[in-house]
Ligand binder design. Structure first.
Ligand SMILES: [Zn+2]
Length: 215
C-alpha cells in the first residue's frame, strides 16, 4: 500500500521527468493519484510540473472540491475524476501535451497499429476523443466513448491522457506512446513500414490481456 506521502513524492518525480522530456511546457499538463474512494491527490493549477514540491499538491473530493492544500487544483481535474469514477481499477491519471502524440491529435490521423511490438502489447488501439474546451464539462466527458476500452486516449487539438494502476505506469504509457509516434513520424521520411503479421499481432493481444494492459 502506497502512503499519501509516497504518492506526493512520486507525483513530483514524474512531473520532473515529464517536464525534462518536453511533454509539458510552462504550466501544461496535470497528474493525479487516487487516495481512497472519496479523495484524489492532484497537481495545482498554473504550476510548472518540473518544479513541484510535495506540499504544493492538492487533495480534492470526487466532485473536485478542495479538501486540503494551499493552492487551487488543476482546472482539468474533472477529466481525471471522470476516469476514476468509471474505472475503479485506475490509481493514477497523467495528462500532457507530449509533442509527437499531440502531432497525431492535431492532424486527426489515426495512430497506425501493428508496427512495433511494445506499443501493441502495452497500448493496443489508441483512439482520439473529440475536441472540447480544456477545463469544460464537455472536455471531461469527451473521453466517455473510450474510457472502458483503453488506458490511452488522444485529445483532439490538445494532447493525450493515459491512466493505470500506479503513477509511474500511467506516465510510462504516455512515454511509450510518444516514442512510438516519434518513430511513426520518422517513417514519413524513410518510406513504407513493414507491419507485423496477423499471428504476431494475435500473440501480442493475448499477452496484453494477460499482463493487465487491456481493460
Ligand atoms: Zn492540457
Amino acid at each position: 500500500m502506497t502512503t499519501t506521502e509516497q504518492l506526493r513524492h512520486q507525483i513530483c518525480e514524474i512531473g520532473k521527468r515529464a517536464w525534462t522530456r518536453g511533454f509539458v511546457a510552462a504550466s501544461d499538463g496535470n497528474i493525479s493519484a487516487r487516495l481512497d474512494e472519496n479523495r484524489v491527490l492532484c497537481t495545482p493549477t498554473m504550476a510548472c510540473k518540473g518544479f513541484l514540491t510535495p506540499d504544493s499538491l492538492c487533495i480534492v473530493d470526487m466532485e473536485g472540491k478542495l479538501i486540503e492544500g494551499e493552492q487551487q487544483p488543476t482546472s482539468e481535474i474533472k477529466l481525471h475524476l471522470n476516469i476514476y469514477r468509471q474505472r475503479l481499477d485506475i490509481r493514477s491519471v497523467f495528462h500532457s501535451h507530449a509533442p509527437y502524440a499531440t502531432t497525431f491529435a492535431v492532424t486527426g490521423q489515426p495512430i497506425p497499429r501493428n508496427v512495433l511490438a511494445e506499443p501493441e502489447l502495452f497500448l493496443g488501439h489508441v483512439p482520439t476523443a473529440s475536441y472540447a474546451r480544456p477545463g469544460s464539462k464537455e472536455f471531461s466527458k469527451s473521453i466517455d466513448p473510450f474510457v472502458h476500452s483503453t488506458n490511452a486516449i488522444l485529445l483532439a487539438n490538445h494532447g493525450v491522457v493515459t491512466y493505470h494502476d500506479s503513477v509511474e505506469t500511467a506516465f510510462w504509457l504516455t512515454e511509450m506512446l510518444d516514442a512510438y509516434c516519434r518513430i511513426l513520424i520518422n517513417t514519413k521520411a524513410l518510406g513504407p513500414v513493414q507491419t507485423l503479421s496477423d499471428s504476431e499481432v494475435e500473440e501480442l493481444a493475448a499477452l496484453r490481456k494477460q499482463l493487465g494492459y487491456q481493460p
